[in-house]
Design a protein. Sequence first.
Length: 329
Amino acid sequence: MDRRSFVGCGVASLAVLAVQWAAVEPRFLASALGGTGVDDGFVDWLEAGGNGLAGLPTEQRRHTGRLMDAQLATVTQLITRGRYGPRTGRRLHRLAASLATTCGWHRFDQGQHADAGRYWETALQSAHAAGDRDLVAGVLADTAYQAIWLGRPRAAADRLGYALTGAEHPTARALLLLRRARAHAAVGDRSACYRDLAAAEPALGRSAADPAPGWCGWMSPADLAVDSGRCLLDLGRTAAARARIAEGVALLPPSRAKTRAIFLSYQARSHLHSGEVEQALAAGTDALALATRIGAPRCLALVHDLGPAFARHHREPGVPELLDRLARA
């Protein structure tokens, strides 16, 4: 682990990571690879470290790519060279899937789509090896989201259909249905879109004995509202879309900065569709400032995509300034 891996972490996060690394006794890894067997305490630490890195705020997590890669490499090494029983093997494969998923999202946010796909393929294989059907569904959901982003909604709908056959938790099903609705809206299939939206809302509100899987634990009414609005926008229902997106933006907690930047870009688009340039300018300006602050190229790309629509209103106050900022971002 070279010192450049830590550059950009907040002071508090850096201190925690340093203590964690120092606290791991070298004998754990040596014994795991030397024939004694994988120590459960070491697996506990790896799980805690991976969750800690994934839980950092977006503006800090973007600097921890090397740390995540190192964590995944360690777990992969344990899987391929260590000695362990079936239970520990499932834990290691589940951890590898989780780490590879997070690494994939990091690449996806940076616009490195081929690399993201390779990490998600690794995650899918590891989730299968762990026998975790919900986690398999989660990885498929991520690859489907990428497919929608890259303009392949039919492929996304197919993957989400398969994922729904393995997902049991109601929150997981709500997310999968919502993403499939987005795919259906992108190809103009109104009835399929409305059917999935109608099923997603009660699923999200349904109680369950167990907590939602980690890959969808963040799913909330805010996500349901905004993505429903984006579906309606794709289907030409601009007024209804604008109301749903505004509802979701208002519900979203400040801690979810990256999601807020994406939602604000959707909101700007909905206002542009209605000719409400002043409101679109406010949302687009906020989205650009937030995406720039957290260093999320994927979010910046969404705002850049609004440029041609704003350019049609270049005589409106504030629009030339925003276009200039977009050109320099």
